[in-house]
Design a protein around this ligand. Structure first.
Ligand code: COA
Length: 158
């Protein structure tokens, strides 16, 4: 049984994240999307909101579950019995940080490998902060986030 974790802040989940979730769920037996309670970020959405949005937009994927976590990714991966971490690479600028993270994780947990999926070109520019900024100024975010969560993002800025 191959279990992978896909970690991130998902504040909020974007179509780019969903693309990575859908594609990686076809590669592994089980995918655990790990929503990080990141103390260095001040999230727009509570942990419960981020988890619920992810559950809703991945409900069509039977081998995907959503969990929250604190602390080190390696500890979360061990708790999930995962031996693979999935990360998306959007552009070359992501690479240095991702390389450092995957190498550090492997030193801490040698059985844990990271696989990288190149983000669909359609979403190469996308990030959660772009979504938040667009919504803040009342922009159309339908090309950036799943339809089911558009209203919830816009409501945050009313
Ligand atoms: N599509 C769209 N946006 C994407 C994306 C994709 N495929 N992949 C990443 N992004 C965006 C995110 O939306 C986020 O945007 P924002 O900064 O504007 O909010 C940004 O890229 C950063 O990605 P994200 O995955 O949310 O968080 P991160 O890179 O800050 O953290 C963790 C990644 C969770 C894996 C890392 O912080 C971690 O492991 N933390 C736990 C502590 C730990 O173990 N630390 C040691 C690591 S060596």
């Amino acid at each position: 049984m191959k279990t992978a974790v896909y970690p991130g802040s998902f504040d909020p989940v974007t179509l780019g994240h969903l693309d990575i979730i859908e594609r990686s769920s076809r590669i592994v037996d089980e995918l655990v999307v790990g929503v990080l309670n990141n103390s260095s970020k001040n999230p727009l959405f509570s942990m419960e909101e981020r988890v619920n949005m992810l559950k809703e937009v991945t409900s069509h994927l039977s081998n995907v579950r959503i969990e929250s976590f604190d602390g080190l990714l390696v500890d979360f991966a061990v708790r999930c019995h995962a031996n693979v971490v999935v990360r998306g690479l959007r552009a070359i600028t992501d690479f240095e940080y991702e390389l450092q993270m995957s190498q550090t994780n492997r030193i801490m947990c040698p059985k844990l490998d990271t696989i990288f999926l190149t983000t669909d070109l359609k979403y190469a520019y996308l990030s959660s902060s772009i979504v938040r900024e667009m919504a803040h100024y009342g922009g159309d975010i339908s090309a950036f986030v799943p339809a089911a969560i558009i209203e919830r993002v816009l409501e945050k800025f009313i």
